[in-house]
Design a protein. Structure first.
Length: 156
């Protein structure tokens, strides 16, 4: 939680904004194995992280994917928001903006937040207990809706 003092002196505990990426190639999703120093360390997870000050969610997503994997993204499409306060194994009550991304070129090297990265067939994922947080449920939500056609938003 973020402690905040407002202009009128009032105080509140606020929630963090994070981004999660379903990075896809063919029928595979890219997962990273979280370092033991992190919450849910040693488990596979989607790529993502905190949105920094003065950063849009999409910029944060591109930055996090590049930092954690070395990949650039070709496309970024909004998928869903996960705002459940009691998310599985979450200690900060993060609000996650989840995106579906098409992988681009590998141009960098991964940072130290992950010990491994691997492409998994969407029909052959690690066991649920081997995947961090609620990321297993997010992947299954994508699988449930991946063939749905969503109408484009109209800009007024």
């Amino acid at each position: 939680m973020i402690s905040c003092t407002f202009e009128d002196g009032g105080k509140a505990s606020l929630r963090h904004a994070v981004v999660d990426a379903l990075v896809l190639k063919d029928s595979k999703v890219l997962l990273v194995k979280r370092t033991d120093k992190l919450l849910e360390g040693g488990k596979w997870g989607l790529i993502g992280g905190f949105v920094e000050r003065d950063e849009t969610a999409e910029k944060a997503l591109s930055r996090e994917v590049f930092e954690e994997t070395g990949y650039r993204l070709k496309t970024i499409n909004f998928f869903t928001i996960i705002d459940i306060p009691n998310r599985k194994n979450e200690d900060r009550q993060n609000i996650a903006f989840v995106y579906i991304c098409e992988v681009g070129q590998k141009e960098g090297t991964p940072d130290k937040e992950a010990t491994k990265q691997e492409w998994f067939d969407l029909d052959n994922l690690p066991k649920e207990e081997e995947i961090a947080f609620d990321h297993y449920q997010i992947i299954n939500l994508y699988l449930k809706h991946k063939n749905n056609i969503f109408p484009e938003l109209v800009n007024y």
